[in-house]
Design a protein around this ligand. Structure first.
Ligand code: AHR
Length: 331
C-alpha cells in the first residue's frame, strides 16, 4: 500500500492540538499541584458518603465507571457516613496534591476550615449530590446535584391531590434521612410546604432512619407502636421505605393499601415495590452523576468557567409508570 506524506492540513491540525495541550498545561499550573502523573492524566480525589443505600451504590458505580471512561485517575474514599472521615480524606487529597477534589458532604455544616485548606493549596473543589451551607461560595467551584426541596414538594403535592376529598385528619409519619444532611433538611421542608395546602394532612411523628433499610424498619416499628392510626408514610428514600415495609407487614397491615407509602430515589428495588403496589408514589433522585462530574473535573482543571449550580433532571413515578419503566431501569 502506498503511503502519502502528511498534508499541510494534517500538519496544521497536529500543530494546533500540540499548542492546545501546551496552553492547557500552563492553565493547570495555578489550579493546583499535581500528584505526580507527568503524562497529563488528571488525578481526582473523591470522598463518598458511604454505602448506606441502593442510591449510594449506584452513585459510586457511576463515578467509578465515568472516571475510567474519561481516563481520570480516581482516588476514591468511602467515609462510612462520618464527617470526620471525609475531612481526613480531603486533607489527605490536599497532601497528595491531587488535581481536583470532589465530594458529597454527609452533612451540610462544618466544612469551611477544610475547604479553605484546599483553596489555599489551589486545588479546585466540586460538590456533588449534596451541598454545604458555607456562606463563602468561593470555597468550591460548582455544585452538581438534585433539588431536594423540589423532591419533597413533589411528594407532598401528590399527597395533597390524593387526599383532596378527605374530611377528617390524615395522619402522616415521616422517616427522615441522615440528621443534618441536605436531602433530609430539604425534603422535609419541601414536603411540609406542600402539605400545608390541606389542613387535614398532619405529620404526627418524624424521626431519622439514617437513609438505611435497618433504620427505616426500626423507626417504623416504633411509629406503629406509638400511633394506632397511621394513614401515610413519607420516607426520604427508597431504602428506608423498604425497611418500613417489613415492620408494616409484621404489624398485620397491608403496605400501599392500609398505609399509603411515598418515597424518594426510584432505585430498582423501590420501583419494584411501587410496581407491586406496596409503594404508592416515588419522587426520583438520580444517582447517575458520574459523566457530568468528570466533564466538570476536566473543565475546572483546565481553568474553564463552569456554572455555579448544575441541577439534575428528574421525574416522578406512579405505580403504572413504574411498571412501564422497570424493564429498562439500570440501577
Ligand atoms: O443524597 C442523596 C441521598 O442519599 C439519597 O436519596 C439516599 O438514598 C442517599 O443515601
Amino acid at each position: 500500500m502506498r503511503t502519502h506524506p502528511p498534508s499541510r492540513k494534517v500538519i496544521a491540525v497536529l500543530a494546533a492540538a500540540l499548542l492546545a495541550t501546551g496552553v492547557a498545561a500552563c492553565g493547570n499550573s495555578d489550579t493546583g499541584g499535581s500528584s505526580g502523573a507527568d503524562d497529563g492524566t488528571i488525578t481526582l480525589g473523591f470522598s463518598q458518603v458511604g454505602a448506606e443505600s441502593g442510591w449510594r451504590t449506584a452513585n459510586t458505580t457511576s463515578i467509578k465507571e465515568a472516571a475510567t471512561e474519561a481516563g481520570i485517575d480516581l482516588k476514591f474514599d468511602d467515609a462510612q457516613q462520618k464527617q470526620e472521615n471525609q475531612i481526613k480524606a480531603i486533607r489527605n487529597f490536599v497532601q497528595q496534591k491531587v488535581d481536583v477534589i470532589a465530594f458529597s458532604p454527609v452533612v451540610e455544616s462544618g466544612w469551611d476550615t477544610v475547604l479553605k485548606e484546599a483553596r489555599d493549596a489551589k486545588i479546585p473543589v466540586i460538590l456533588t449530590d449534596r451541598s454545604v451551607d458555607s456562606a463563602d461560595k468561593s470555597l468550591y467551584k460548582t455544585f452538581l446535584g438534585s433539588d431536594f426541596v423540589k423532591e419533597g414538594r413533589l411528594a407532598g403535592e401528590w399527597l395533597v391531590e390524593q387526599k383532596k376529598a378527605a374530611t377528617g385528619p390524615v395522619t402522616i409519619v415521616e422517616l427522615q434521612g441522615t440528621t443534618g444532611s441536605a436531602p433530609a433538611n430539604d425534603r422535609k421542608k419541601g414536603f411540609a410546604e406542600a402539605i400545608a395546602a390541606n389542613p387535614n394532612l398532619k405529620i404526627v411523628a418524624s424521626q431519622s432512619g439514617d437513609f438505611t433499610r435497618a433504620g427505616g424498619k426500626q423507626v417504623m416499628e416504633q411509629f406503629l407502636k406509638a400511633n394506632p392510626k397511621i394513614d401515610v408514610l413519607f420516607a426520604h428514600n427508597d431504602d428506608m421505605g423498604l425497611g418500613a415495609l417489613e415492620a408494616i407487614t409484621a404489624a398485620g397491615k397491608v403496605p400501599g393499601k392500609d398505609i399509603t407509602i411515598i418515597t424518594v430515589d426510584a432505585v430498582k428495588d423501590g420501583m419494584q415495590a411501587l410496581a407491586d403496589g406496596k409503594f404508592n408514589f416515588i419522587a426520583e433522585c438520580s444517582p447517575l452523576l458520574g459523566p457530568q462530574l468528570m466533564d466538570l473535573v476536566e473543565k475546572v482543571h483546565n481553568g474553564e468557567e463552569v456554572p455555579a449550580r448544575i441541577e439534575t433532571q428528574e421525574t416522578t413515578f406512579t405505580q403504572e409508570q413504574a411498571k412501564e419503566a422497570l424493564p429498562n431501569r439500570k440501577y
